[in-house]
Design a protein. Structure first.
Length: 354
């Protein structure tokens, strides 16, 4: 954890009990029907996390949506649309055929999902029950995936999947603003299963120890693992995919994601020579001034090209770089047991509704 974040959490620690109590009260009010909850007529799968971010939800949502599509379902993805400028009650990023909103309008993650998932509608909205219903009635979706849905309790769900990054796990295990947690650990009681993402040979043992702690605390909730593998790069100027071995070296890297160090490590582990790297805030807005500075820094280091993440790239489509620009492409691997678990739960739901 960066020293700056440690200092912020240290200052915020006295307020953690207040925030924790507020989150517990919020859940209690939903549980007692003080706040309305909406039941959809189709299955709902929530993919979320307990920590502040950086657990790799987007690639997992993408993977599960594609998997369900191949199983004959008609999935739609519903997101809050964090960082997007459009805040209509229902925002259709894509109907599965056409793209309607830019990354600036919809948010970078919904736009990335919309670009990479043909045939799957992607919608955003603050009151997620509204885009949920729109997906069902306008597009005939028969299963919904709530992106970052664990804390959004207004929409009932049939599978509540909680993700932890195998790299950072539960952080310092303290509730915001004294730590990484959005809610106290007791909130995991309402989850159905856990997924540890981004496992590698380096962090696998630590991830297994964390999984053992989860099993001890929540013995009836299954735990699964996933990993990400850099597979190739996209040459954004040429509009084609190239092998990582074909990248010009050295490269200058930058990203605006929750855990930029994970991206930098991925590049280094693939023997991609870096002559410089800039970490930006998550959901970074790229102004012309910032882009000019990034290119200036890259050229000053002698870089032969610039590389960033696919998530950042959706906000850079109309940007000009003198140097070659590349985005790292990742492949997601998920336990077969998780896929079996999802299908079994869905089959059980179908039997109960017949």
């Amino acid at each position: 954890m960066p020293d700056s974040r440690k200092n912020i959490y240290l200052l915020g620690r006295p307020f953690s009990p207040l925030y924790s109590a507020a989150m517990k009260l919020r859940f209690s009010l939903y549980a007692r029907n003080f706040f309305r909850r909406y039941k959809m007529e189709v299955p709902v799968i929530s993919i979320g996390n307990l920590t502040m971010g950086g657990t790799g939800k987007t690639p997992i949502v993408s993977y599960l949506a594609t998997f369900l599509q191949k199983q004959g379902y008609k999935p739609a993805i519903i997101s809050r649309g964090y960082g997007g400028a459009i805040d209509n009650k229902v925002n259709v990023v894509s109907d599965g055929k056409e793209l309607y909103l830019s990354a600036e309008e919809a948010g970078d993650e919904p736009r990335l999902l919309a670009e990479t998932l043909p045939g799957i509608p992607v919608l955003t909205g603050i009151v997620r029950a509204l885009p949920c219903r729109h997906a069902i009635h306008a597009f005939g979706s028969n299963i919904l995936l709530l992106d970052d849905g664990f804390q959004h309790m207004a929409v009932e769900r049939d599978i509540n999947l909680v993700l932890f990054s195998a790299e950072s796990l539960a952080g310092n295990s303290r509730v915001f603003p004294g730590g990484d947690l959005r809610e106290p650990v007791s909130a995991l009681l309402r989850s159905d299963a856990f997924l540890l993402t981004g496992t590698t040979a380096t962090n696998k043992e630590r991830a297994e120890r964390f999984a053992a702690l989860l099993r001890n605390r929540f013995p009836h909730k299954p735990i699964f693992f996933s990993s990400y593998t850099p597979c190739d790069a996209r040459d954004e100027k040429e509009g084609k995919t190239i092998p990582l071995s074909g990248l010009p070296m050295p490269l200058y890297g930058f990203c605006g994601i929750a855990r930029p160090e994970a991206f930098r490590k991925s590049l280094i582990e693939q023997d991609i020579a870096l002559c410089g790297f800039t970490s930006l805030k998550d959901h970074q807005h790229y102004t012309p001034r910032l882009l000019q500075q990034l290119q200036k820094d890259a050229m000053a280091t002698g870089a032969r090209g610039i590389i960033t993440t696919a998530k950042d790239m959706v906000k850079l489509k109309n940007s000009h770089f003198d140097l070659p620009l590349f985005s790292l492409q990742m492949r997601t691997h998920i336990d077969d047991d998780l896929k079996s678990y999802v299908l079994e739960r869905l089959n059980l739901l179908q039997r109960h509704t017949i």
